[in-house]
Design a protein around this ligand. Structure first.
Ligand code: UDX
Length: 442
């Protein structure tokens, strides 16, 4: 099938590349000419395992094309997938500006019947509006368009794998024709397909992401309580994980969830409920719990220290999770801001997100503090008075207790990812604080 994908971010590019991999003829459209040139040279604009290999092989096979010429691209495809961003507005609602721009461009250029598929996460009811909007602005009035919802469930860092081996494909359609077309597009994937109405498909996406965010916040609250009652969250999670009704995933307590989806989608659903005169108390609680959780370790450290002024602070990990260079809503950002405001001399290490962090915190004096970047965790730890762990990269996980002990001036570690057992660290001579853990264990 002849497919066009609008937007070459995580959702759009990965979808386009995977459709090509499954034999479709795919054109990816983006407004950024530089980005298009890079992609044609086989270079991915996003850091994602396995993506460049597939970009190169499918481009070479002639199944994958890139263009800024949307006018031509939107003329006569069988289906157009919209995968542009829907970033959060200050009030928590989703910004549909990019969706509107693409819809307008489609309407003005489409010359043949086409299925428009919205992959971006959008508030319930948006697909209805997109369909109406495109019909209103269609230049070739005889053209028949239908809009379908096909939410994306990929996680950053494993996006290609998650797309090719998705647990399920959700399609939301309002006609048998649209349903059949999407089933045909996904037929080569050989995956279970859940076929529902458009509004239900839109809602499934929010319900999934928000449930996972809720699960994490629940574990974070239980972890915080564990510290008070003398229990250990890692044991609690292990004990819970065998209950198949609960499952073993997303039970990891820590420094709070970040990234482009959970923070945005919890706030968006909260906003949607309020718009309808309702309230999602559980999700509102998750949003609040997460906001507090992000700086919990910093405040814990404040209780222990007289000052951060002129202290060397090692920050291990900046990305919101390993396997990505993404800093959106990353707990490291809030913490570094607080540390710099407190006069700390921050030495940060991250194998992928340094460049993005430099845009927020350039090297040099910031506030009362000072920011530096180093190329290894060891360099960050050298001579440090305190260390914060924010991302569970393997380069950080593999550090041993004696390295903290020997490299740091004062081996004091605040671990937002519970990478070590407190007993192991303390036996190694490190004063160690995790999330929801007991400092002294049997
Ligand atoms: C998420 C969803 O997993 C994906 O299905 C959706 O389409 C987009 O949002 P992503 O944001 O890429 O994907 O990452 P994910 O691995 O889900 O992690 C999100 C955040 O939750 C990270 O900050 C991670 O550290 C945190 N997390 C995850 C926990 O704190 N504990 C856990 O047990 C799992």
């Amino acid at each position: 099938m002849k497919i066009v994908v609008a937007g070459t971010g995580y959702v759009g590019l990965v979808a386009g590349v995977c459709f090509a991999e499954k034999g479709h003829d795919v054109t990816c459209v983006d407004t950024d000419d530089k980005k298009i040139k890079l992609m044609e040279a086989g270079i991915s604009p996003i850091y994602e395992q396995g993506l460049e290999e597939l970009m190169r092989s499918n481009f070479a096979a002639g199944r994958l094309h890139y263009t800024t010429d949307y006018k031509n691209a939107y003329k006569n495809p069988d289906a157009i997938f919209i995968g542009v961003g829907t970033p959060e507005l200050p009030d928590g609602s989703a910004n549909l500006g990019y969706i509107a721009t693409v819809s307008r461009q489609i309407a003005e250029n489409l010359e043949k019947d086409c299925l428009v598929v919205v992959k971006s996460t959008v508030p319930v009811g948006t697909n209805d509006k997109v369909e109406q909007f495109i019909r209103d602005f269609l230049v070739h009035k005889e053209v028949k368009i239908e809009v379908a919802s096909n939410p994306e469930f990929l996680a950053q860092g494993s996006a290609v794998h998650d797309t090719l081996h998705a647990a399920r494909i959700v399609i939301g359609t309002e006609s048998r024709h649209a349903e059949k077309m999407l089933q045909e597009i996904y037929e080569p994937f050989k995956l279970p397909v859940v076929s529902v109405s458009r509004r239900s498909a839109e809602m499934i996406k929010y319900a999934c992401n928000d449930f996972l965010a809720l699960k994490i916040s629940y574990m974070n609250e239980i972890a915080n309580l564990c510290e008070l009652v003398g229990a250990d969250i890692e044991d609690i999670a292990r004990g819970m994980s065998y209950d198949t009704r609960i499952g073993s995933n997303f039970l990891k307590a820590g420094i709070g969830y970040g990234g482009s989806c959970f923070p945005k989608d919890t706030k968006a659903l909260k906003f949607i409920a309020r718009q309808y005169g309702s309230q999602l108390k559980t999700i509102e609680a998750a949003v609040d719990v997460n906001a507090e959780q992000k700086t919990r370790l910093f405040h814990k450290a404040c209780d222990r220290m007289i000052t951060f002024q002129n202290l060397k602070v090692a920050v291990l990990g900046l990305a919101f999770k390993p396997g990505t260079d993404d800093l959106r809503e990353a707990p490291s950002v809030d913490n570094i801001r607080l540390l710099l405001e407190s006069g700390a001399d921050v030495y940060a290490y991250d194998p992928a997100a340094e460049e993005n962090s430099r845009k927020l915190f350039p090297e040099g004096g910031i506030g009362k503090g000072h920011m530096s970047y180093v190329d290894s965790p060891e360099l960050a730890l050298k001579g440090a008075n305190i260390c914060f762990i924010f991302t569970e990269w393997k380069q950080i996980k593999s550090l041993e207790a004696n390295q903290y002990k020997e490299l740091m001036q004062t081996p004091l570690v605040y671990d937002g990812r519970n990478l070590y057992s407190p007993a192991y660290m303390e036996q190694g001579g490190v004063e160690y604080y995790g999330i929801g853990r007991q400092r002294r264990q049997k």
